[in-house]
Design a protein around this ligand. Structure first.
Ligand SMILES: Nc1ncnc2c1ncn2[C@@H]1O[C@H](COP(=O)(O)OP(=O)(O)OP(=O)(O)O)[C@@H](O)[C@H]1O
Length: 359
């Protein structure tokens, strides 16, 4: 897969939910490591001169490294990317919405074209090394992010303090600089009105619950990102182990609530899922939020065996395919809101038909 395909096509490694662990509930695992160079100003203080020096160091480190996966990554700077392509990267979760605002030559992304590894350059920190994998696999995501970290650290001098660990722009990331996160689909917890107290408990256990695109975004389509709050005083392995253990309990709750919804509200649930499927397979105009909400019901219906099986890969891909920048890229021209709603409805109809297993 080349970098061109990354922009032209939707499917990424983390969408491959066919065989991944717990992928009916855990869509993806992400580990990111925040790193800064020791003798260069933090990103918000960079100017033309220091930005240039910084990019030169990164470029040389990437070129010099012998590590295979780093060599397979490509460097894109935001000055060479259109606003549409930057939005494409946000919709694929490879960069944050804030990062996409910039057009500076010293902001960009080092990315493996299958999207499993991506390093945000000069977002909040100089480098944010990320690994994205399908299902519940934080340990493996950490292992792969750490390999990129080690390869870069061979060539670069990272800001590190013996007592405090890695130094970061925001004090909340000091120490490991690690955020481990799981993208969870929790429709039964939401439908049964349990999300408020479950999320409050998760906060008390040192975890953060965020919306579908991370910090400051809404939880549309019952997708929630669960991640660690604390980065200091705990090893990376302990952070991953604790997030995995706690998320297992959330997964169990979701499964239990799905079971009790089936027992206590069978007809209402079947009706809700059948209607969602009916609308998605017949609508001619549909907004992004409505589509995500209905796709959540359809995903639940598939997982509970209430409607024909649609491959999890097709459903994962659809969640990104129907976002405005992806639709616009497909259409190859600017689109007004009605044209986008029409294109979205068409993409969904096609995908649900071809994604049905046995069709
Ligand atoms: N498990 C996940 N699967 C897919 N994408 C994810 C996952 N977790 C986070 N992301 C994506 O990573 C990007 C950054 O998320 P977010 O802002 O929450 O994290 P961060 O950069 O690590 O945050 P912070 O600076 O607040 O510590 C967003 O696009 C978000 O959707």
């Amino acid at each position: 897969m080349s970098i061109k395909k990354l922009f032209a096509e939707t499917f990424l490694a983390w969408m491959n939910g066919e065989t991944a662990s717990q992928s009916d509930i855990v869509i993806s695992s992400r580990v990111r490591l925040a790193r800064n160079l020791s003798d260069i100003a933090f990103p918000h203080l960079l100017n033309q001169e220091s930005g240039q020096k910084f990019m030169q160091l990164i470029y040389e480190a990437w070129q010099k490294s012998e590590f295979k996966e780093l060599k397979q990554m490509e460097l894109v700077t935001f000055e060479n990317l259109s606003a549409l392509d930057r939005k494409i990267l946000v919709e694929k979760h490879l960069i944050s919405p804030n990062h996409a605002q910039s057009t500076a030559f010293y902001q960009g992304l080092l990315v493996k074209p299958d999207g499993s590894l991506a390093v945000m350059i000069n977002e909040e920190d100089h480098l944010r090394i990320q690994c994205f994998l399908p299902g519940l696999q934080l340990e493996e995501a950490y292992r792969r992010a750490q390999e990129i970290d080690d390869a870069l650290e061979k060539e670069l001098d990272f800001a590190f303090d013996d007592r405090r660990g890695y130094l970061t722009s925001c004090p909340t990331n000091i120490g490991t600089g690690m955020r481990a996160s799981l993208m969870l689909h929790l429709p039964a917890i939401t439908i049964s009105g349990q999300s408020g107290h479950i999320f409050q408990n998760l906060n008390q256990l040192g975890l953060t619950v965020r919306g579908i695109y991370g910090e400051g975004t809404e939880a549309i389509g019952n997708f929630f990102q669960l991640s660690n709050q604390i980065t200091l005083g705990q090893s990376e392995e302990d952070i991953n182990a604790s997030l995995t253990t706690i998320s297992q309990q959330v997964i169990e709750q979701e499964r239990m609530l799905r079971k009790s919804l089936r027992e206590q509200m069978k007809y209402q649930l079947e009706d809700r899922i059948g209607r969602a499927y009916g609308i998605l397979t017949h609508a001619r105009l549909i907004s992004s939020n409505e589509a995500l909400t209905l796709l959540s019901d359809v995903r639940l219906g598939v997982d509970m065996g209430m409607i024909p099986r649609i491959s999890p890969n097709a459903l994962n891909e659809l969640v990104v395919d129907i976002r405005p920048a992806h639709l616009q890229k497909k259409a190859g021209s600017d689109m007004d809101a009605v044209s986008r709603d029409a294109k979205r409805a068409e993409v969904i109809r096609e995908k649900l038909q071809t994604g049905e297993e046995g069709s």
